[in-house]
Design a protein around this ligand. Structure first.
Ligand SMILES: Cc1cc2nc3c(=O)[nH]c(=O)nc-3n(C[C@H](O)[C@H](O)[C@H](O)COP(=O)(O)OP(=O)(O)OC[C@H]3O[C@@H](n4cnc5c(N)ncnc54)[C@H](O)[C@@H]3O)c2cc1C
Length: 439
Protein backbone atom coordinates (compact mmCIF):
# COMPACT_ATOMS: atom_id res chain seq x y z
CA UNK A 1 0.00 0.00 0.00
CA UNK A 2 1.25 3.49 -0.84
CA UNK A 3 1.22 6.12 1.83
CA UNK A 4 2.24 9.72 2.07
CA UNK A 5 5.75 10.40 3.40
CA UNK A 6 5.76 10.66 7.21
CA UNK A 7 2.19 9.39 7.42
CA UNK A 8 1.97 6.81 10.20
CA UNK A 9 0.18 3.54 9.57
CA UNK A 10 -2.22 1.92 12.01
CA UNK A 11 -3.13 -1.67 11.16
CA UNK A 12 -6.31 -3.08 12.72
CA UNK A 13 -6.80 -6.86 12.47
CA UNK A 14 -10.44 -7.92 12.64
CA UNK A 15 -13.54 -6.11 11.34
CA UNK A 16 -15.78 -7.36 14.14
CA UNK A 17 -17.35 -5.09 16.74
CA UNK A 18 -14.06 -3.86 18.23
CA UNK A 19 -11.92 -3.54 15.11
CA UNK A 20 -14.56 -1.86 12.99
CA UNK A 21 -15.35 0.62 15.75
CA UNK A 22 -11.62 1.41 16.15
CA UNK A 23 -11.20 2.04 12.41
CA UNK A 24 -14.33 4.21 12.19
CA UNK A 25 -13.28 6.22 15.24
CA UNK A 26 -9.89 6.85 13.58
CA UNK A 27 -11.38 8.62 10.57
CA UNK A 28 -9.75 12.02 10.09
CA UNK A 29 -6.99 11.02 12.53
CA UNK A 30 -4.27 11.92 10.02
CA UNK A 31 -2.86 8.39 10.12
CA UNK A 32 -3.35 5.83 7.40
CA UNK A 33 -5.63 3.10 8.81
CA UNK A 34 -5.65 -0.37 7.28
CA UNK A 35 -8.41 -2.70 8.45
CA UNK A 36 -7.83 -6.39 7.69
CA UNK A 37 -10.35 -9.23 7.93
CA UNK A 38 -10.61 -12.70 6.40
CA UNK A 39 -14.18 -11.87 5.35
CA UNK A 40 -15.21 -8.85 3.31
CA UNK A 41 -18.15 -8.34 5.65
CA UNK A 42 -18.80 -7.53 9.28
CA UNK A 43 -20.73 -10.30 11.05
CA UNK A 44 -23.42 -9.34 13.55
CA UNK A 45 -22.64 -12.34 15.76
CA UNK A 46 -25.55 -11.98 18.27
CA UNK A 47 -28.08 -12.85 15.54
CA UNK A 48 -26.25 -15.90 14.14
CA UNK A 49 -28.44 -18.25 16.17
CA UNK A 50 -31.53 -16.87 14.38
CA UNK A 51 -29.86 -17.67 11.03
CA UNK A 52 -29.24 -21.22 12.24
CA UNK A 53 -32.88 -21.54 13.30
CA UNK A 54 -34.18 -20.49 9.85
CA UNK A 55 -35.60 -17.28 11.29
CA UNK A 56 -33.46 -14.63 9.58
CA UNK A 57 -31.76 -14.71 6.13
CA UNK A 58 -27.95 -15.06 6.39
CA UNK A 59 -27.19 -11.88 4.43
CA UNK A 60 -29.21 -9.85 6.96
CA UNK A 61 -26.62 -10.34 9.70
CA UNK A 62 -23.63 -9.42 7.52
CA UNK A 63 -22.63 -6.06 6.08
CA UNK A 64 -19.85 -5.27 3.54
CA UNK A 65 -16.91 -3.61 5.28
CA UNK A 66 -16.07 -1.47 2.25
CA UNK A 67 -19.57 0.05 2.31
CA UNK A 68 -19.11 0.94 5.97
CA UNK A 69 -15.75 2.61 5.28
CA UNK A 70 -16.38 4.28 1.92
CA UNK A 71 -16.98 7.81 3.22
CA UNK A 72 -13.62 8.00 4.98
CA UNK A 73 -10.49 8.65 2.92
CA UNK A 74 -7.81 7.56 5.37
CA UNK A 75 -9.42 4.15 6.02
CA UNK A 76 -8.60 1.23 3.76
CA UNK A 77 -9.70 -2.38 3.82
CA UNK A 78 -7.85 -5.56 2.93
CA UNK A 79 -9.54 -8.93 2.77
CA UNK A 80 -6.87 -11.37 3.94
CA UNK A 81 -6.12 -13.99 6.54
CA UNK A 82 -3.44 -12.75 8.92
CA UNK A 83 -1.12 -15.69 9.47
CA UNK A 84 1.55 -14.19 11.69
CA UNK A 85 2.39 -11.05 13.61
CA UNK A 86 5.94 -9.95 14.34
CA UNK A 87 6.14 -7.35 17.10
CA UNK A 88 9.93 -6.95 16.92
CA UNK A 89 9.85 -6.04 13.21
CA UNK A 90 6.42 -4.36 13.42
CA UNK A 91 5.03 -6.49 10.64
CA UNK A 92 1.80 -8.32 9.93
CA UNK A 93 1.98 -11.26 7.54
CA UNK A 94 -0.81 -12.50 5.30
CA UNK A 95 -0.52 -15.32 2.77
CA UNK A 96 0.20 -12.78 0.00
CA UNK A 97 2.02 -9.90 1.69
CA UNK A 98 4.03 -8.55 4.58
CA UNK A 99 2.59 -5.28 5.89
CA UNK A 100 4.54 -2.86 8.07
CA UNK A 101 2.79 -0.95 10.84
CA UNK A 102 3.57 1.83 13.26
CA UNK A 103 0.71 0.91 15.57
CA UNK A 104 -1.26 -2.30 15.68
CA UNK A 105 -4.72 -3.15 17.05
CA UNK A 106 -5.53 -6.84 17.57
CA UNK A 107 -9.29 -7.36 17.43
CA UNK A 108 -9.48 -10.93 16.18
CA UNK A 109 -12.25 -12.03 18.55
CA UNK A 110 -12.80 -15.54 19.82
CA UNK A 111 -13.30 -19.11 18.70
CA UNK A 112 -15.15 -22.06 20.24
CA UNK A 113 -13.34 -23.79 23.07
CA UNK A 114 -13.52 -27.57 22.64
CA UNK A 115 -12.20 -28.30 26.15
CA UNK A 116 -10.32 -31.34 24.82
CA UNK A 117 -13.52 -33.39 24.64
CA UNK A 118 -13.21 -36.16 22.02
CA UNK A 119 -15.37 -35.72 18.93
CA UNK A 120 -16.40 -32.09 19.54
CA UNK A 121 -14.29 -30.54 16.79
CA UNK A 122 -15.31 -33.23 14.24
CA UNK A 123 -19.01 -33.65 15.04
CA UNK A 124 -20.09 -30.61 17.04
CA UNK A 125 -21.86 -27.73 15.29
CA UNK A 126 -20.32 -24.35 16.16
CA UNK A 127 -21.96 -20.94 16.01
CA UNK A 128 -19.30 -18.28 15.57
CA UNK A 129 -19.32 -17.53 11.84
CA UNK A 130 -21.98 -17.02 9.20
CA UNK A 131 -20.87 -20.16 7.36
CA UNK A 132 -21.32 -22.20 10.57
CA UNK A 133 -24.81 -20.78 11.12
CA UNK A 134 -25.83 -21.65 7.53
CA UNK A 135 -24.33 -25.15 7.88
CA UNK A 136 -26.39 -25.71 11.05
CA UNK A 137 -29.58 -24.48 9.36
CA UNK A 138 -29.00 -26.83 6.41
CA UNK A 139 -28.31 -29.70 8.77
CA UNK A 140 -31.43 -29.13 10.92
CA UNK A 141 -33.73 -28.88 7.91
CA UNK A 142 -32.09 -31.91 6.38
CA UNK A 143 -32.71 -33.89 9.59
CA UNK A 144 -36.44 -33.06 9.37
CA UNK A 145 -36.54 -34.22 5.72
CA UNK A 146 -34.78 -37.46 6.58
CA UNK A 147 -36.88 -38.05 9.69
CA UNK A 148 -40.12 -37.76 7.71
CA UNK A 149 -39.21 -40.69 5.47
CA UNK A 150 -37.36 -42.74 8.10
CA UNK A 151 -39.09 -45.97 9.10
CA UNK A 152 -36.80 -47.02 11.94
CA UNK A 153 -38.16 -45.27 15.07
CA UNK A 154 -34.75 -45.25 16.76
CA UNK A 155 -33.06 -43.49 13.84
CA UNK A 156 -36.03 -41.12 13.50
CA UNK A 157 -35.69 -40.13 17.16
CA UNK A 158 -31.96 -39.62 16.72
CA UNK A 159 -32.67 -37.26 13.82
CA UNK A 160 -35.21 -35.42 15.98
CA UNK A 161 -32.96 -34.93 19.00
CA UNK A 162 -30.98 -31.70 19.25
CA UNK A 163 -28.46 -31.36 22.07
CA UNK A 164 -27.20 -27.88 22.90
CA UNK A 165 -24.13 -27.83 25.13
CA UNK A 166 -23.68 -24.62 27.13
CA UNK A 167 -26.23 -22.73 29.21
CA UNK A 168 -25.03 -19.19 28.51
CA UNK A 169 -27.06 -16.73 26.39
CA UNK A 170 -26.29 -18.55 23.11
CA UNK A 171 -27.48 -21.95 24.38
CA UNK A 172 -30.59 -20.46 25.99
CA UNK A 173 -31.51 -18.34 22.97
CA UNK A 174 -30.99 -21.24 20.59
CA UNK A 175 -33.08 -23.65 22.69
CA UNK A 176 -35.95 -21.15 22.78
CA UNK A 177 -35.91 -20.42 19.08
CA UNK A 178 -35.80 -24.15 18.21
CA UNK A 179 -39.03 -24.61 20.18
CA UNK A 180 -40.56 -21.87 18.03
CA UNK A 181 -39.15 -23.51 14.88
CA UNK A 182 -40.77 -26.81 15.87
CA UNK A 183 -44.15 -25.10 16.16
CA UNK A 184 -43.69 -23.30 12.83
CA UNK A 185 -42.76 -26.46 10.93
CA UNK A 186 -45.71 -28.58 12.06
CA UNK A 187 -47.75 -27.67 8.96
CA UNK A 188 -44.84 -28.54 6.62
CA UNK A 189 -44.40 -32.08 7.89
CA UNK A 190 -47.87 -33.57 8.31
CA UNK A 191 -46.36 -37.05 8.23
CA UNK A 192 -43.99 -36.33 11.09
CA UNK A 193 -44.86 -36.11 14.77
CA UNK A 194 -42.85 -32.99 15.64
CA UNK A 195 -43.99 -33.46 19.23
CA UNK A 196 -41.21 -36.04 19.38
CA UNK A 197 -38.58 -33.37 18.57
CA UNK A 198 -36.42 -33.31 21.69
CA UNK A 199 -34.42 -30.20 22.55
CA UNK A 200 -31.88 -30.90 25.26
CA UNK A 201 -29.92 -28.10 26.92
CA UNK A 202 -26.89 -29.20 28.91
CA UNK A 203 -25.11 -26.94 31.38
CA UNK A 204 -22.08 -27.93 33.46
CA UNK A 205 -22.84 -25.37 36.21
CA UNK A 206 -25.78 -25.37 38.60
CA UNK A 207 -27.73 -22.66 36.76
CA UNK A 208 -28.31 -21.14 33.35
CA UNK A 209 -27.00 -17.69 32.36
CA UNK A 210 -24.18 -17.63 34.95
CA UNK A 211 -23.24 -14.03 34.03
CA UNK A 212 -26.63 -12.79 35.23
CA UNK A 213 -28.07 -12.87 38.79
CA UNK A 214 -29.19 -16.30 40.02
CA UNK A 215 -32.87 -15.30 40.06
CA UNK A 216 -32.80 -14.69 36.30
CA UNK A 217 -31.08 -18.03 35.72
CA UNK A 218 -33.80 -19.83 37.72
CA UNK A 219 -36.56 -18.00 35.81
CA UNK A 220 -34.91 -19.01 32.51
CA UNK A 221 -34.74 -22.67 33.55
CA UNK A 222 -38.42 -22.70 34.55
CA UNK A 223 -39.47 -20.92 31.34
CA UNK A 224 -37.49 -23.24 29.05
CA UNK A 225 -38.80 -26.35 30.84
CA UNK A 226 -42.36 -25.05 30.42
CA UNK A 227 -41.63 -24.63 26.69
CA UNK A 228 -40.64 -28.31 26.56
CA UNK A 229 -36.85 -28.02 26.62
CA UNK A 230 -35.05 -30.73 28.63
CA UNK A 231 -32.69 -28.67 30.77
CA UNK A 232 -29.91 -30.67 32.45
CA UNK A 233 -27.85 -28.74 35.00
CA UNK A 234 -24.55 -29.92 36.49
CA UNK A 235 -24.11 -32.23 33.52
CA UNK A 236 -20.92 -32.54 31.52
CA UNK A 237 -20.38 -34.00 28.06
CA UNK A 238 -17.50 -36.46 27.80
CA UNK A 239 -17.70 -37.59 24.16
CA UNK A 240 -19.43 -36.72 20.90
CA UNK A 241 -19.79 -38.94 17.82
CA UNK A 242 -21.78 -38.41 14.62
CA UNK A 243 -24.78 -40.19 16.17
CA UNK A 244 -24.37 -39.93 19.96
CA UNK A 245 -23.44 -37.72 22.86
CA UNK A 246 -22.10 -39.25 26.07
CA UNK A 247 -22.41 -37.56 29.45
CA UNK A 248 -19.71 -37.79 32.12
CA UNK A 249 -22.37 -39.12 34.52
CA UNK A 250 -22.83 -42.17 32.30
CA UNK A 251 -25.75 -42.24 29.86
CA UNK A 252 -25.37 -41.93 26.09
CA UNK A 253 -28.05 -40.23 24.01
CA UNK A 254 -28.64 -40.85 20.30
CA UNK A 255 -28.49 -37.59 18.34
CA UNK A 256 -27.31 -36.34 14.97
CA UNK A 257 -27.06 -32.74 16.21
CA UNK A 258 -24.78 -31.56 18.98
CA UNK A 259 -24.47 -27.77 19.05
CA UNK A 260 -21.42 -26.59 20.92
CA UNK A 261 -22.02 -23.35 22.80
CA UNK A 262 -19.88 -24.22 25.81
CA UNK A 263 -17.46 -21.34 25.81
CA UNK A 264 -15.01 -19.37 23.74
CA UNK A 265 -11.29 -18.70 23.79
CA UNK A 266 -9.19 -16.01 22.13
CA UNK A 267 -8.64 -16.40 18.37
CA UNK A 268 -5.13 -15.21 17.73
CA UNK A 269 -2.92 -15.43 14.65
CA UNK A 270 0.57 -16.85 15.31
CA UNK A 271 2.83 -14.35 17.04
CA UNK A 272 6.63 -14.44 16.54
CA UNK A 273 7.34 -13.83 20.23
CA UNK A 274 4.15 -14.80 22.07
CA UNK A 275 3.08 -12.14 24.60
CA UNK A 276 1.70 -13.02 28.08
CA UNK A 277 -1.75 -14.55 27.99
CA UNK A 278 -4.35 -15.13 30.71
CA UNK A 279 -7.47 -17.29 30.95
CA UNK A 280 -8.83 -18.66 27.66
CA UNK A 281 -5.61 -17.64 25.84
CA UNK A 282 -6.56 -13.96 26.06
CA UNK A 283 -3.81 -11.39 25.65
CA UNK A 284 -3.04 -9.57 28.87
CA UNK A 285 -3.39 -5.83 28.44
CA UNK A 286 -2.76 -2.79 30.63
CA UNK A 287 -5.56 -0.49 31.75
CA UNK A 288 -4.83 1.53 28.58
CA UNK A 289 -5.49 -1.64 26.47
CA UNK A 290 -1.84 -1.76 25.32
CA UNK A 291 -0.04 -5.12 25.49
CA UNK A 292 2.09 -5.45 28.63
CA UNK A 293 5.44 -5.16 26.81
CA UNK A 294 4.40 -3.59 23.48
CA UNK A 295 3.25 0.03 23.81
CA UNK A 296 2.63 0.20 20.03
CA UNK A 297 0.20 -2.71 20.16
CA UNK A 298 -3.35 -2.74 21.53
CA UNK A 299 -5.70 -5.69 22.02
CA UNK A 300 -9.47 -5.31 22.45
CA UNK A 301 -12.71 -7.27 22.59
CA UNK A 302 -12.83 -11.02 23.04
CA UNK A 303 -9.09 -11.39 22.43
CA UNK A 304 -8.02 -9.24 25.39
CA UNK A 305 -7.96 -9.58 29.14
CA UNK A 306 -7.59 -6.32 31.02
CA UNK A 307 -7.42 -5.42 34.68
CA UNK A 308 -11.20 -4.89 34.76
CA UNK A 309 -13.19 -8.17 34.74
CA UNK A 310 -15.33 -8.27 31.56
CA UNK A 311 -17.67 -10.96 30.23
CA UNK A 312 -17.07 -10.92 26.45
CA UNK A 313 -20.00 -9.06 24.93
CA UNK A 314 -20.26 -6.72 21.97
CA UNK A 315 -20.68 -3.43 23.92
CA UNK A 316 -17.34 -4.08 25.67
CA UNK A 317 -15.58 -4.47 22.30
CA UNK A 318 -17.35 -1.37 20.93
CA UNK A 319 -16.39 0.82 23.89
CA UNK A 320 -12.83 -0.47 23.80
CA UNK A 321 -12.69 0.37 20.07
CA UNK A 322 -13.58 3.99 20.85
CA UNK A 323 -11.05 4.10 23.73
CA UNK A 324 -8.22 2.67 21.64
CA UNK A 325 -8.87 5.16 18.84
CA UNK A 326 -8.73 7.96 21.41
CA UNK A 327 -5.46 6.59 22.83
CA UNK A 328 -3.93 6.24 19.39
CA UNK A 329 -4.79 9.85 18.61
CA UNK A 330 -3.11 10.82 21.89
CA UNK A 331 -0.01 8.79 21.00
CA UNK A 332 0.09 10.43 17.55
CA UNK A 333 0.14 13.81 19.34
CA UNK A 334 2.90 12.62 21.68
CA UNK A 335 0.58 12.30 24.71
CA UNK A 336 0.27 9.33 27.07
CA UNK A 337 -2.69 6.95 26.57
CA UNK A 338 -5.47 6.92 29.18
CA UNK A 339 -7.06 4.04 31.10
CA UNK A 340 -10.23 2.40 29.78
CA UNK A 341 -13.28 1.94 32.00
CA UNK A 342 -16.29 -0.03 30.83
CA UNK A 343 -19.69 1.56 31.24
CA UNK A 344 -22.17 -1.29 31.69
CA UNK A 345 -25.56 -0.21 30.31
CA UNK A 346 -27.12 -3.55 31.23
CA UNK A 347 -27.48 -7.08 29.97
CA UNK A 348 -30.38 -8.75 28.15
CA UNK A 349 -31.07 -12.29 26.95
CA UNK A 350 -34.02 -13.60 25.00
CA UNK A 351 -35.52 -16.96 25.98
CA UNK A 352 -38.39 -17.60 23.58
CA UNK A 353 -42.15 -17.72 23.89
CA UNK A 354 -42.16 -13.90 24.08
CA UNK A 355 -40.01 -13.92 27.21
CA UNK A 356 -36.56 -12.70 28.11
CA UNK A 357 -34.50 -11.63 31.10
CA UNK A 358 -32.41 -8.56 31.76
CA UNK A 359 -30.42 -6.60 34.30
CA UNK A 360 -30.33 -2.85 33.90
CA UNK A 361 -28.56 -1.16 36.80
CA UNK A 362 -30.15 -2.61 39.96
CA UNK A 363 -33.33 -3.61 38.05
CA UNK A 364 -33.93 -7.29 37.29
CA UNK A 365 -36.40 -7.80 34.46
CA UNK A 366 -38.25 -10.93 33.35
CA UNK A 367 -40.99 -11.60 30.78
CA UNK A 368 -42.03 -9.68 27.68
CA UNK A 369 -40.33 -6.35 28.52
CA UNK A 370 -36.69 -7.59 28.33
CA UNK A 371 -37.73 -9.66 25.29
CA UNK A 372 -38.97 -6.51 23.54
CA UNK A 373 -35.94 -4.49 24.68
CA UNK A 374 -33.63 -7.21 23.30
CA UNK A 375 -35.35 -7.02 19.90
CA UNK A 376 -35.20 -3.22 19.90
CA UNK A 377 -31.50 -3.04 20.83
CA UNK A 378 -30.49 -5.58 18.18
CA UNK A 379 -32.61 -3.87 15.53
CA UNK A 380 -30.98 -0.51 16.26
CA UNK A 381 -27.39 -1.82 16.36
CA UNK A 382 -27.63 -3.99 13.20
CA UNK A 383 -25.74 -2.16 10.41
CA UNK A 384 -27.69 -1.15 7.27
CA UNK A 385 -31.28 0.08 6.86
CA UNK A 386 -32.11 -2.73 4.41
CA UNK A 387 -30.90 -5.35 6.89
CA UNK A 388 -33.01 -3.76 9.61
CA UNK A 389 -36.08 -3.81 7.39
CA UNK A 390 -35.60 -7.48 6.47
CA UNK A 391 -34.96 -8.33 10.12
CA UNK A 392 -38.15 -6.56 11.17
CA UNK A 393 -40.17 -8.41 8.50
CA UNK A 394 -38.61 -11.75 9.51
CA UNK A 395 -39.51 -11.11 13.15
CA UNK A 396 -43.07 -10.08 12.25
CA UNK A 397 -43.46 -13.31 10.33
CA UNK A 398 -41.91 -15.53 13.00
CA UNK A 399 -43.16 -13.89 16.22
CA UNK A 400 -46.40 -12.44 14.81
CA UNK A 401 -47.55 -15.28 12.53
CA UNK A 402 -45.64 -18.16 14.12
CA UNK A 403 -44.10 -18.99 10.74
CA UNK A 404 -40.55 -19.45 9.43
CA UNK A 405 -40.00 -18.36 5.83
CA UNK A 406 -36.54 -19.84 5.31
CA UNK A 407 -36.84 -23.50 4.52
CA UNK A 408 -34.25 -23.89 1.76
CA UNK A 409 -31.51 -26.47 2.23
CA UNK A 410 -28.61 -24.83 0.41
CA UNK A 411 -26.13 -27.68 0.41
CA UNK A 412 -25.80 -31.28 -0.57
CA UNK A 413 -27.00 -33.56 2.26
CA UNK A 414 -24.38 -33.35 5.01
CA UNK A 415 -25.51 -36.57 6.69
CA UNK A 416 -24.37 -40.06 5.84
CA UNK A 417 -27.51 -41.80 4.64
CA UNK A 418 -28.54 -44.85 6.68
CA UNK A 419 -27.97 -48.25 5.04
CA UNK A 420 -30.35 -49.01 2.12
CA UNK A 421 -32.04 -51.83 4.05
CA UNK A 422 -33.47 -49.23 6.45
CA UNK A 423 -34.51 -46.71 3.83
CA UNK A 424 -35.66 -48.41 0.65
CA UNK A 425 -39.09 -49.63 1.77
CA UNK A 426 -40.33 -46.13 2.57
CA UNK A 427 -38.95 -44.62 -0.66
CA UNK A 428 -40.20 -47.55 -2.74
CA UNK A 429 -43.67 -47.18 -1.22
CA UNK A 430 -43.78 -43.48 -2.11
CA UNK A 431 -42.59 -44.22 -5.65
CA UNK A 432 -45.19 -46.96 -6.09
CA UNK A 433 -48.01 -44.57 -5.36
CA UNK A 434 -46.64 -41.93 -7.77
CA UNK A 435 -45.80 -44.19 -10.72
CA UNK A 436 -48.55 -44.92 -13.25
CA UNK A 437 -49.83 -48.51 -13.04
CA UNK A 438 -47.93 -50.96 -15.29
CA UNK A 439 -49.72 -51.95 -18.49
C1 LIG B 1 -23.27 -17.12 19.18
C2 LIG B 1 -22.90 -15.86 19.91
C3 LIG B 1 -23.91 -15.00 20.35
C4 LIG B 1 -23.59 -13.82 20.99
N1 LIG B 1 -24.60 -12.99 21.40
C5 LIG B 1 -24.30 -11.81 21.96
C6 LIG B 1 -25.34 -10.88 22.31
O1 LIG B 1 -26.53 -11.17 22.17
N2 LIG B 1 -24.98 -9.68 22.80
C7 LIG B 1 -23.67 -9.33 22.96
O2 LIG B 1 -23.39 -8.21 23.38
N3 LIG B 1 -22.66 -10.17 22.66
C8 LIG B 1 -22.94 -11.40 22.15
N4 LIG B 1 -21.94 -12.26 21.82
C9 LIG B 1 -20.55 -11.86 22.07
C10 LIG B 1 -20.07 -10.89 20.97
O3 LIG B 1 -20.40 -11.39 19.70
C11 LIG B 1 -18.56 -10.71 21.08
O4 LIG B 1 -18.25 -10.27 22.39
C12 LIG B 1 -18.07 -9.70 20.06
O5 LIG B 1 -18.30 -10.17 18.75
C13 LIG B 1 -16.58 -9.45 20.26
O6 LIG B 1 -16.15 -8.55 19.30
P1 LIG B 1 -14.66 -8.62 18.74
O7 LIG B 1 -14.47 -7.41 17.91
O8 LIG B 1 -13.71 -8.89 19.84
O9 LIG B 1 -14.64 -9.96 17.84
P2 LIG B 1 -15.56 -10.40 16.62
O10 LIG B 1 -16.78 -9.57 16.54
O11 LIG B 1 -15.70 -11.87 16.73
O12 LIG B 1 -14.65 -10.05 15.35
C14 LIG B 1 -13.43 -10.66 15.10
C15 LIG B 1 -13.10 -10.47 13.63
O13 LIG B 1 -11.75 -10.84 13.40
C16 LIG B 1 -11.65 -11.56 12.18
N5 LIG B 1 -10.45 -12.40 12.27
C17 LIG B 1 -10.13 -13.26 13.26
N6 LIG B 1 -8.92 -13.81 13.04
C18 LIG B 1 -8.47 -13.30 11.88
C19 LIG B 1 -7.28 -13.49 11.11
N7 LIG B 1 -6.30 -14.31 11.51
N8 LIG B 1 -7.15 -12.82 9.94
C20 LIG B 1 -8.14 -11.97 9.52
N9 LIG B 1 -9.28 -11.74 10.21
C21 LIG B 1 -9.44 -12.40 11.38
C22 LIG B 1 -12.95 -12.35 12.12
O14 LIG B 1 -13.27 -12.71 10.78
C23 LIG B 1 -13.95 -11.35 12.72
O15 LIG B 1 -14.55 -10.56 11.72
C24 LIG B 1 -22.24 -13.48 21.19
C25 LIG B 1 -21.22 -14.34 20.77
C26 LIG B 1 -21.56 -15.53 20.14
C27 LIG B 1 -20.47 -16.45 19.68
Amino acid sequence: MDRQPNQLRIVVIGAGFGGLQTAQSLSKSGAEVLLIDRHNYHTFVPLLYQVAAAQVPPETVAYPVRTLLRRTRNLRFLQAEVTRVNFAQRQVETREAVIAYDYLVLATGSQPQHLGIPGVSEHGFMLKTLAQAVALRNHLLHCFEQAERETDPQIRQRLLTVVIVGGGPTGVELAGTLVELKQALRRDYPGLDLGTLQIVLVQSGDRLLPNLPARLGRYTTRKLRRLGVNVHLETRVSRVTSTTVTFAQGPTLGTETVIWAAGLEAALPAVATPPPTGAKQKLKVRATLQLLHEPQVYAIGDVAQGEEPLTGVAPEALQQGVAVARNLRRQLRGQAPKSFHYFNKGRLAIIGGWAGVGKIGPLLLTGWLPWLLWLGVHLVYLPGWRNRLVLLLSWLQSYGLGDRPLRLILSSPPLTPPPPSQRLPAIAADRASLDPPAE
